[in-house]
Design a protein. Structure first.
Length: 205
């Protein structure tokens, strides 16, 4: 009986994990223009995406938002007058998405205040985490890092920018530097309790 219960439990959790990620989601193509709404602990904001600016980035963002990736996410790096960076802390789901690489693309829209770009740390690493520019950051348009040039913006905050600017920035780069701690959601929140959260994100149109 105990073995049967254990087997059913494993099947249940495997099914739950499947609903958090399906490979076919990564093949979905975004509309040419769409809006995503984010509900956060500092209020709502919307991001309007124009796919032609960075098609692969727009598709990945659309897939992530549509399938609830950013629900219960966290603004883990907010640096005043620079960027607000956010993502998820579910390492199992993160690793599933990261298996599907997206090609790098040229910068067509610069990193002006309010624009949104994927973070990256090398070739084909734009995958999950995003940042919103809190000021004009033109240096990010041409920054060459590990052989990849620039951070292509693919959308812009079109309402609620005042709420983005309220996000807690008191930790600066410290929370970003604690990368290992970031993988442990409970411990991360204990160490940085004032960080703001994403309550829900969804495609609005």
């Amino acid at each position: 009986m105990r073995q049967l219960i254990l087997l059913l439990t494993l099947v249940f959790f495997a099914a739950c994990e499947q609903t958090k990620f399906k490979t076919e989601w990564t093949r979905e193509v975004a509309p040419e223009v769409f809006t995503a709404k984010f509900e956060t602990t500092k209020g709502d904001f919307t991001i309007t995406v124009e796919r032609h600016l960075s098609p692969k980035a727009a598709d990945r963002f659309y897939q992530l938002v549509k399938h609830g990736y950013y629900d219960n996410g966290i603004f883990y790096r907010v640096v005043k007058d620079f960027v607000a960076q956010f993502g998820n802390t579910d390492t199992l789901v993160m690793n599933q998405w990261r298996k599907i690489k997206i090609p790098d693309e040229p910068v067509r829209l610069g990193n002006l205040k309010g624009t949104v770009s994927f973070a990256r740390d090398g070739k084909e690493t734009r995958d999950l985490d995003l940042f919103i520019n809190l000021k004009d950051n033109s240096v990010l348009d041409t920054l060459n890092y590990q052989g990849v040039k620039g951070f292509p913006a693919f959308g812009k905050v079109t309402s609620g920018m005042e709420n983005v600017e309220k996000l807690y920035s008191g930790y600066g780069e410290d929370s970003m530097d604690d990368e290992n701690l970031y993988q442990n959601r409970g411990q991360f929140y204990t160490t940085y309790p004032k960080l703001d959260l994403i309550e829900k994100a969804y495609i609005a149109d």
